[in-house]
Write a protein that binds this ligand. Sequence first.
Ligand SMILES: Nc1ncnc2c1ncn2[C@@H]1O[C@H](COP(=O)(O)OP(=O)(O)OP(=O)(O)O)[C@@H](O)[C@H]1O
Ligand SMILES: [Mg+2]
Length: 396
Amino acid sequence: MFDNFKMMNRPLTGPGASSRSYSNGQYSSVSELTREPIERRDMPKQISIFNHRGGASKTSAIFNLGWMLATKNKKVLLADCDPQCNLTAMVLSYTGSDNLKTIYDRDGVTSIYEGLRPAFEAIPKIIEPVVCLEVPGNTNLSLLPGHIALSEFDIPLGAAQNFTDSFATLKNLPGSLRYLLNETAEKNEIDIVIVDMSPSLNAINHNLLMTSDYFIISFFPDIFTSMANKSLAKILPLWNSLAKKLATLPNLIHSSYPYQYNNLKFLGAIFQNYGTRSWNMPTNDNKQWNANIKQWIDELSSSIYQILIPAMSDSGMSLSYEKYKNNNAVPPSPLLQITNFTNLIKLSRHLRTPVYQLTDKQLKQTGTDLAKTKTSLEKFSLLFERGAEKILGLVS
Ligand SMILES: Nc1ncnc2c1ncn2[C@@H]1O[C@H](COP(=O)(O)OP(=O)(O)OP(=O)(O)O)[C@@H](O)[C@H]1O
Ligand SMILES: [Mg+2]
């Protein structure tokens, strides 16, 4: 099976190459929009976390993982590209619309939606970086706030991705999302952008995923797993081919924001096993629970191995086997397997703190309860630390 994995160095069409073309000033391809060529460092790496099935712990994983990556001397930007805005809510812990208004009413471009408006609403100005918010408690971590109105751009973007060849008026849309994320990341000297997405196969997700450098799939092991894998194994290669084609269309090359295919690679999977407890099993029977989880995880692993990996490999979206192996991340073995955070997830969200970072004072527990919880936190910490190390190794 792994013979199919392609040995591939990061190509000349990858992020490094793109940043070089930026610094050559080749990006100023449209006469009505002028900008100074700026000397830039390498572009930040963009990792999207995806699954078209909802509630697979994407947003929770992104917050905890992003925080861990940021403690490893990386500057990390959490980009909330899900119109549900759960990541924004998690980071800001806003409690009312006034609080949200304060975020959107700041000076400058304040959300993903505002950032994209020049392209999508034909406003005659260049897309400018979003003014990000530092995540409280972690100076290396920032948030690009989401906005519910982002979904308004889905239909025009879908049309643009399908018909740009014929309708040149749509040519600035397909490259605009990655352009905005790059500009924002570069302004903030970000190393890694983690993109949170809605659970959907819509045009925005297609665009975000296919213009990323890497992606991770977050899985929910249950009876639908194999079906979900079949669907991903069909859709992702199709999306990938379309993305490669878009990157060659003259209209998209000669646009204000040229569409770039960045040789997207699959980093691996995140499994979550906290949510399946409600499915067809007595909730208090731990033995039954463990057996059930094991069964679903086995099925998930085998369908990743048999269905997803061959599809990724055949369409050039796998890293080399050696790269996975050197980082202890050979699929279907997951990058991380998220266990049940129990009630700590609520506390974590309320305090805007990763679950493994909760302090004794915040836990408000004593004696054996506290000791037990601290053991769990150490396990969570190790889990995310190992996941972060694998990711850093894979993208290096
Ligand atoms: N490890 C965990 N243990 C317990 N509960 C969790 C865990 N991870 C996430 N949850 C809870 O499960 C729900 C869904 O999680 P989350 O929002 O992270 O999923 P998602 O994949 O981002 O969902 P969506 O597809 O809607 O964006 C939330 O209520 C969250 O608090
Ligand atoms: Mg989410």
